[in-house]
Each structure stands twice: as structure tokens, then as C-alpha cells.
Ligand binder design. Structure first.
Ligand code: FAD
Ligand code: NAI
Length: 515
């Protein structure tokens, strides 16, 4: 007779079967999602008599709203100079080629095609908003222009989700000489410039001082953007550049400059210390209490605050300069605040009430980085605000439909007497439903935590855990960071592409060819 398998072997068999089944399930689920995305249902045109809802921007706030919105209730018009949604948390990985830029972009046309009722999209920049006439002026500023490249759109309801631009604080030379890290184009430019610096440093006869300058990568701003980019850059150097350009690689250096006494001010003290120690171990030079005052084509001039309270001016030569000092208000927002009396004191964006209505208006809402609602300018906040507005607008449409039906039934009741009991019953039911629909709670942000990659396959996380907070850092946190961002990717396509990119850069190294 066949011997009975031992307990360990049995457990192993079950574990193997479970893994096997989960893998099949995952592949099946992914395949189904891909098929579903490629074969959306027939779309119909919404009723032209419905209200026109204009949405500005295709970022976190606007796209979260679109995802939730029942487009059949409105004539939806989306306007943005960018015809895609960008998954910003993985943007620093595109600067070194760990992830290819198209893997974190999702075309807005594909997002809109997935909706039940069609919505219009115009690739254009909103240049001004007239709240009195209820019109938005839009301009096509792309390379190819048609005979018409400027026009106006009327709105009944307007959502402003145009985000923010890069803060430079008017520091001379920043716009001319540094790279920002906000858009896909910025990441592509940085990727090209890193390799340009390396190849130029390797040029025959380059002087030692010039090699040191060219191989010096300076990052200004110790917020999460600056820290994540510095970490990615050092990884790139350790894992690829060092092997490919060994003769000049000892001269490669990353410096992170921060005006405050420490980096990542939004994280807990333990994680700040952990981050700074890890960055130092990675040989990133952190210069805190150092404020950049001027930028030239080859050096930054900064003011260092010494422990004795004195200030010293230093010059730091660089090959690549990345400027990551946070957000500034876009011109269109500045312009709108001057047109609304209640916004005259708003300096950081559009002040909104607890329903995200722009104060001083009745039909303009704002989400994300351009709205001042008392929260940090993060993707988490923007997407929760967008989802809130999606639900709110669905409710408003239902309310209007119910009210119209009640009015219709009531007038019928006045004229006919035949079906009066039935109509009265329906009115009662609709009124009960209306009470529930109207009971919309104000927007409340729920903070899920903060995550940041700090290089050498380590991350830090300050996350909400049960009723408390969990502050953790290291390699396990990095796995959590990866799985969290993977699950947050917009589509199955994005998820698959990001996984493939991670595997590709691990197996073959990052691609150092300069396009
Ligand atoms: P955005 O996402 O910036 O979108 C603005 C949209 O408006 C864009 O489509 C833009 O093209 C469009 N637009 C601009 N001007 C006009 C105009 N005049 N007319 C019409 N449309 C216009 N947050 C996190 O919570 N977690 C993270 O890990 C994280 N990582 C980040 C990494 C980087 C490198 C950066 C730069 C930011 C990161 N953030 C992160 C912050 C997050 O990306 C922003 O808070 C978020 O994008 C704000 O969303 P938004 O919709 O307000 O604006
Ligand atoms: P930030 O505003 O968070 O940090 C900018 C830093 O630059 C500040 O610490 C500031 O002191 C410093 N600075 C300003 N001027 C300076 C100067 N002249 N010289 C030296 N230092 C100077 O900006 P960041 O990192 O771009 O982030 C913007 C927003 O996006 C934040 O709300 C952030 O939380 C969010 N974000 C979140 C991420 C995450 O959660 N992983 C990643 C990236 C951004």
C-alpha cells in the first residue's frame, strides 16, 4: 500500500495548490479586466437639455470625480492641456528609467470611453473664467494649431482642478537653469540630462574640476519630491552608472539642499532621523539649514545658517540641478480670485466651503492643489475630494429628477382623479427617497498615511493603524510601498506595465541610452 504522506508534506501540498489556484485566479482576473477595458459597452449621447458640467484638469481631483460621476446626468466637458492622467507617485522612478513614462500615463480618451454616456474632451488650457457670464475661455497651445485655437465654453456647473505650478519664490536663475519634477516632460528632461552630464564628464581631456562639477547632481527641496528623487538617483548610480562608466564614477555625488533643519517635515521625528541616516549611508550629502538664494548656469549660491546664529554664503557647482521646493498658485486661479469679492484674501488658492464650493460663488467647485480646504496638497486629498464631488453631483441630479417627477405627479393629481391613489403613493415614496438623498454630509478627509521611497530599496511610512499610527521604515516598508502604489495605479494596463518595468530594470539594468 502507498505510504500516507506526512503532516508537513500535506501542508506543503495544500500551500502549493492554494498558490497555484491564486495565480490562476489573478491571471484570469487580469485577463478579464484587460478584455473589459478593450471592449466597453455602447455609449450614448446625454440629453442636450441637461446641465453642462465643465471640468478643468485631468489630474487626481478631476479624474477621481470623473470615475465616480454618472455622466448620463450632465453634458460633461473636460478641458486640459494634458490628454492623460499622470500617476505622480511613481514619477521620480521615471527620471532614471526604473519605470518608463508611458506606464504611468492613462489616456483621458480611454477613461471617458469607459463611461456610460459620452463626454467631450478639449485638449486646451483654460485661460480665464468669467463667473458672471458663466464662461471659460480656452486656448489650444499645442504645437499643431487649427484655424480655431481659442474659444469660449458656457457652463452651468464648473469644477476647477487645475493643480498648482512649481514654486520658485522669485529666486533669480531658477526657471532658466533648473529642472522641475512635476510633469512627464520634466522626468524625461532629467533622464536625458543625467546621462548628458555623465557622457560630457567622460569626454576626452575633461579637467578634474569640470568632471567633479558635471558629476554633481544637486536637488533643492527636502520635501518628499526631493528625497524620493535623490534616492532614485543614487540607486541609478550604484546599480548601473558605476558599472558602465567605472573610470569617472567615484566623482558622482548627490547633494540634497533643504532650508529647514530637517528633511521630510511631514513625517514623525523617528522617520525623519531614519531617513536622514539612510540617505547619509547611501552617501547622499544632506545640507539642511541651507537656503538657495541665486542660481547660475553652473552653480547655486546658498545661505547656510551656522549653529552660532551666523550666516555664511556658499557657492555649490553643479552639473544637474533639480528644483523641488513645492507648489505655487497658477495664473488662472490668481485671476479668478480677483473676480470674486469673497476670495480677495485668498493667497494660496481658491478658498472652498465644506462642500468644496468656491466661496462667493454658487456654481463653481474646486478640488486638489488649487483648492484651499485646510488639507495638504496631496494626491490622497485631491482624489478623495474628487470622489466626494462625484457623489454630490450624482445626488444633485437624482434630486432634480425626483423633484421634477413629484411636480409632474402633483399636477396630474390636480387634473385627473383616476389614478390618484397610485400617484400619491409614488409621491410619498419619492419624497422619502429625496430626504435621504438630500442628507449629504460635508466633505471630510480621511488620512490613510504618508509613504515615501528613500533609496536602496527602503521606504518610510506613517500610516493609520487601528486607532493609532504606525511609523515604520526599511525594506519591508519598501515592499508595502510597492504594493500600495501598484494597487493605486489607475488601470490594469498601468499595473501590468509598471510590474514589467520593475522586472526589466532589475534583470537588464536601466537603459542609459540618451534619446
Ligand atoms: P494635478 O494632478 O496636478 O492635475 C492638474 C491638472 O490640471 C493637469 O491635468 C493639468 O494639465 C491641468 N491644468 C493645468 N493648468 C490648466 C488650465 N489652465 N486649464 C485646464 N487644465 C489645466 N501625493 C500623494 O498623496 N502621494 C504621493 O506619493 C505623491 N507623490 C508625488 C510625486 C511627485 C513627483 C509630485 C510632483 C507630486 C506627488 N504628490 C503625491 C502630490 C500629488 O501629485 C498632487 O497633490 C496631486 O497631483 C494634486 O492633484 P490635482 O488634481 O489638484 O492636480
Ligand atoms: P514640499 O513643499 O513638501 O517641500 C519643499 C521643501 O523645499 C520644503 O521643505 C522647503 O523648506 C524647501 N525649500 C523651499 N525653498 C527653498 C530654498 N530656497 N532652498 C532650500 N530649500 C527650500 O514640496 P514637494 O516635495 O514638491 O511636495 C509637494 C506636495 O506634494 C506636498 O504636499 C507633498 O506632501 C506632496 N508629495 C507627496 C509625496 C509622497 O507622499 N510620497 C511625494 C511627493 C510630493
Amino acid at each position: 500500500p502507498k505510504p500516507k504522506p506526512g503532516k508537513l508534506r500535506k501542508t506543503f501540498r495544500w500551500a502549493w495548490r492554494l498558490t497555484y489556484l491564486s495565480a490562476i485566479g489573478l491571471v484570469g482576473f487580469t485577463a478579464y479586466n484587460i478584455y473589459d477595458d478593450r471592449h466597453p459597452d455602447e455609449q450614448y449621447e446625454p440629453d442636450p437639455n441637461k446641465k453642462t458640467l465643465v471640468i478643468l484638469g485631468t489630474g487626481w481631483g478631476s479624474v477621481a470625480l470623473l470615475k465616480k460621476l454618472d455622466t448620463e446626468n450632465y453634458n460633461v466637458v473636460v478641458v486640459s492641456p494634458r490628454n492623460y492622467f499622470l500617476f505622480t507617485p511613481l514619477l521620480p522612478s521615471c527620471t532614471t528609467g526604473t519605470i518608463e513614462h508611458r506606464s504611468i500615463m492613462e489616456p483621458i480618451r480611454a477613461i471617458l470611453r469607459g463611461k456610460k454616456a459620452a463626454a467631450k474632451f478639449y485638449e486646451a488650457e483654460a485661460t480665464s473664467i468669467d463667473p458672471d457670464r458663466k464662461v471659460v475661455r480656452i486656448a489650444d497651445n499645442s504645437e499643431i494649431k487649427g484655424a480655431t485655437s481659442e474659444t469660449e465654453i458656457h457652463y452651468d456647473m464648473l469644477v476647477v482642478g487645475v493643480g498648482a505650478e512649481n514654486a520658485t519664490f522669485g529666486i533669480p536663475g531658477v526657471r532658466e537653469h533648473s529642472c522641475f519634477l512635476k510633469e512627464i516632460g520634466d522626468a524625461q528632461q532629467i533622464r536625458k540630462k543625467i546621462m548628458d552630464c555623465v557622457e560630457t564628464a567622460a569626454f576626452k581631456g575633461q579637467s578634474p574640476e569640470e568632471i567633479d562639477r558635471l558629476m554633481h547632481m544637486v536637488v533643492v527641496g527636502g520635501g518628499p519630491t526631493g528625497v524620493e528623487f535623490a534616492g532614485e538617483l543614487q540607486d541609478f548610480f550604484e546599480e548601473d552608472i558605476k558599472k558602465l562608466v567605472p573610470d569617472i564614477s567615484p566623482r558622482f555625488k548627490v547633494t540634497l539642499i533643504e532650508a529647514l533643519p530637517n528633511v521630510l517635515p511631514m513625517f514623525s521625528k523617528t522617520l525623519i532621523d531614519y531617513t536622514e541616516n539612510t540617505l547619509r549611508e547611501e552617501k547622499i550629502d544632506i545640507k539642511t539649514k541651507t537656503m538657495v538664494k541665486r542660481v547660475t548656469d553652473k552653480a547655486v549660491e546658498a545661505e547656510v545658517s551656522r549653529p552660532d546664529g551666523t550666516k555664511e554664503r556658499v557657492e555649490i557647482p553643479y552639473g544637474l540641478l533639480v528644483w523641488a521646493t513645492g507648489n505655487a498658485v497658477r495664473p488662472i486661479i490668481k485671476d479668478l480670485t480677483t473676480k470674486i469679492a469673497a476670495q480677495k484674501d485668498s493667497r494660496r488658492g481658491l478658498a472652498v466651503n465644506e462642500y468644496l464650493v468656491v466661496q462667493g460663488t454658487r456654481d463653481i467647485w474646486a478640488v486638489g492643489d488649487c483648492a484651499v480646504a485646510g488639507y495638504a496638497p496631496t494626491a490622497q486629498v485631491a482624489s478623495q475630494e474628487g470622489t466626494f464631488l462625484g457623489k454630490l453631483f450624482n445626488n444633485m441630479a437624482k434630486t432634480e429628477n425626483h423633484e421634477a417627477r413629484i411636480q409632474e405627479l402633483s399636477s396630474k393629481l390636480n387634473i385627473e382623479s383616476g389614478n390618484s391613489a397610485e400617484a400619491a403613493q409614488e409621491i410619498e415614496l419619492l419624497e422619502r427617497q429625496l430626504k435621504k438623498i438630500r442628507d449629504v454630509k460635508p466633505f471630510k478627509y480621511s488620512h490613510q498615511g504618508s509613504l515615501a521611497y528613500i533609496g536602496s530599496e527602503k521606504a518610510v511610512a506613517d500610516v493609520s493603524w487601528w486607532n493609532g499610527n504606525l511609523a515604520t521604515g526599511g525594506s519591508l516598508t519598501y515592499l508595502f510601498w510597492r504594493s500600495a502604489y501598484l494597487s493605486m495605479c489607475f488601470s490594469t494596463r498601468n499595473r501590468v506595465l509598471v510590474i514589467v518595468d520593475w522586472l526589466k530594470s532589475k534583470a537588464f539594468g536601466r537603459d542609459v541610452s540618451r534619446e
